[in-house]
Design a protein around this ligand. Structure first.
Ligand code: UD1
Ligand code: CA
Length: 454
């Protein structure tokens, strides 16, 4: 039997108090809905339908997926009405699994269990026991069997005491669902078509309802406001760090790290507090990330150490490099092996070859630096003429004195020395000292200016 997954994502999310549609609010660096789509695609299905409405085009543009189709719910008249919009294109002989765009932490395994328990012909409802069930739909059981769901706003005081709640996730055969949805009414506190009313309809039709309890509260949490969004963020971060620790990654404090994307680590990686990883980051064996670093879309080779307070984006290093403290690596920065980048150094679109050092206060942009080069403090590559960028080339073993301006395009030969304070605008030959600065003079009889009237 085929499986169609329907994700409800049309609601406005008033309680977010945001111009951004609720399902696009970021969780671990990705929109809420992207997490749900990824979970759906992890199950074996070739049909995932997102019901969208509020924030329409923006939602469609932001979210992509392999098997995604879209159903518009132009006006939002409730979760039952939302599912109706997806049904015309859903094959009758499929099973349907309904997910919510604002329940992002569900794991594929939990859904698989629900699908297995419900089987091909019954109705499965994913539930959970909550300490504080306020706001959620309550699962009413009789003799242990699920008989209906009652929304918080429609519940009697006695029903409000029930702690087993509806997560919103359910599965059942498509043809049955179609028939039930046609019979839904909106005679309730919110004047909406409640999807959850199909539970009582199934019971009336003699269809068995399986209330499957999730064992993890965080996994099924629905996100309605910024407070819950922050809670979900912490829960997801804890999950991600947990997985990494199981793989052998060391953390100074598992609660003080943020992974907004994917982090792949080799053996014996250690991560100190307040490191933020964004996009795709790969850390080789023995990499150390010291405190307070932001690293995005980068690959650091084995044995590399990042000292505190660096910002690294779109960069790559070989083995045993040292970066920081206070360094900035921008897209296209590529360090080969044993390179040292020190404090207040910015590297952009440049290659720094084996064993070279740029230790203090420099800007290196659009540059090729050979092996074993020493770049002195305060050296600047002047790569931009106001209209175009130009490259600088520095040969193997060159020594660049402090405070040098390299006006690109320009080339420093292998083994060349450039005197401190030089402004280089012509090629510097290999193995020679080139100095280009005003000759030092001392002015005889010069007097320091004094303040008028003193
Ligand atoms: C819903 C359930 C409740 C459950 C809770 C779990 C119903 C009637 N209630 O309540 O039993 O405990 O989720 O989190 O199903 N949506 C649409 N179109 C609509 C209305 C909603 O697409 O017309 C989408 C929303 O974008 C959201 C999801 O459906 O992703 C849930 O809607 P929401 O309004 O948050 O429902 P709850 O009141 O939380
Ligand atoms: Ca909700």
């Amino acid at each position: 039997m085929g499986l169609s997954i329907i994700i409800l994502a049309a609601g406005q999310g008033t309680r977010m108090r945001s111009d951004l549609p609720k399902v696009l609010q970021p969780l671990a660096g990705r929109p809420l809905l992207a997490h749900v789509v990824a979970t759906a695609e992890a199950l074996s299905t070739d049909d995932v339908c997102v019901v969208y409405g509020h924030g329409g085009e923006l939602v469609r543009e932001t979210i992509s997926g392999e098997h995604l189709r879209w159903a518009l719910q132009a006006e939002q008249h409730g979760t039952g009405h939302a599912v109706m919009q997806a049904m015309p294109e859903t094959p009758d002989d499929n099973r349907v699994l309904i997910l919510f765009g604002d329940v992002p932490l569900l794991l594929p395994g939990t859904l698989q269990n629900l699908l297995i328990d419900a089987g091909d012909h019954d109705l499965g409802v994913l539930t959970v026991d909550l300490e504080d069930p306020t706001g959620y739909g309550r699962i009413v059981r009789k003799d242990g069997l699920v008989v209906r769901n009652v929304e918080h706003k429609d519940a009697t005081l006695a029903e409000q005491e029930i702690r087993e709640i509806n997560t919103g996730v359910m599965c059942c055969p498509a043809d049955r669902l179609k028939a039930w949805l046609e019979r839904l009414g909106n005679d309730n506190a919110q004047g909406e078509y409640y999807l959850t009313d199909v539970i009582a309809m199934a019971v009336a039709d003699g269809v068995t309802v399986h209330g499957v309890k999730a064992d993890n509260e965080a996994e099924v949490m629905g996100i309605n406001d910024k407070k819950q969004l922050a809670e979900a963020e912490r829960a997801l971060q804890a999950r991600l760090v947990d997985e990494l620790m199981t793989e052998g990654v060391g953390f100074a404090d598992p609660a003080r790290v943020d992974i907004r994307g994917t982090l792949k680590c080799g053996k014996d990686v250690f991560i100190d507090v307040n490191a933020v990883f964004e996009g795709r980051v790969e850390l080789g064996d023995g990499v150390t990330i010291e405190a307070h670093n932001v690293i995005r879309d980068s690959r650091l080779g084995a044995g590399t150490a990042v000292h505190p307070h660096c910002h690294i984006e779109g960069a790559k290093t070989g083995a045993d490099c040292e970066i920081g403290p206070f360094a900035r690596m921008r897209p296209g920065a590529e360090l080969r092996d044993r390179v040292k980048i020190g404090n207040f150094v910015e590297i952009k679109k440049s290659i720094v070859a084996d064993g070279s050092k740029v230790n203090h206060l420099s800007y290196i942009g659009d540059t090729d630096i050979g092996t074993l080069v020493n770049v002195g403090a305060g050296t600047i590559t002047c790569n931009y003429d106001g209209a175009n960028k130009h490259r600088t080339t520095i040969g193997d073993g060159a020594f660049i004195g402090s405070g040098v301006n390299l006006i690109a395009p320009v080339e420093v030969g292998a083994g060349a020395n450039i005197g401190a304070g030089t402004t280089l605008s012509k090629p510097a030959p290999a193995d020679k000292l080139t100095v280009g600065r005003a000759r030092q003079v001392t002015i005889e009889g010069w007097k320091r200016p004094v303040k008028k009237g003193s």
